[in-house]
Design a protein around this ligand. Structure first.
Ligand SMILES: [Fe+2]
Ligand SMILES: [Fe+2]
Length: 128
């Protein structure tokens, strides 16, 4: 990913998803430059924001009876596990491993939005 910016190319047209994704990108944009105590706080904030975004999407999938929900939900669970692991590494003093995991997030999120979230947004829009 060239830059960590939530541009129009990533907007899906579902306000609840776009709003959460924008907040996540804003956090990802600044997190790596933060020194240790602020970095740790930002990791927890990021984990909370992701948990909220993913729960909203899980709820949307349930509400529309989305046929690909199990696969999409599994991807969310895997991301939350990675974030949890990054927070645990930080707590254990392994800052460089935690930072390496956080640096991988923008590419993961961009790929997720352009594939699974896009498919969900299309399915949700078709029901309107
Ligand atoms: Fe998402
Ligand atoms: Fe998603």
């Amino acid at each position: 990913m060239d830059s960590i910016v939530f541009g129009p190319d990533l907007a899906l047209g579902i306000p609840v998803m776009d709003q959460s994704h924008r907040i996540i990108f804003d956090l990802l944009q600044s997190i790596d430059a933060l020194p240790r105590p602020a970095f740790e706080e930002a990791c927890h904030q990021l984990a909370e924001e992701f948990a909220q975004d993913l729960a909203e999407e899980n709820h949307l999938m349930e509400a529309i009876g989305y046929p690909l929900a199990a696969t999409h939900r599994a991807a969310h669970d895997s991301l939350l596990a990675s974030l949890d692991q990054a927070c645990c590494l930080l707590a254990a003093g392994d800052e460089s491993s935690a930072r390496r995991m956080v640096r991988a997030l923008p590419d993961w999120v961009e790929a997720h939005i352009n594939t699974m979230d896009l498919a969900l947004a299309i399915a949700a829009s078709n029901l309107k």
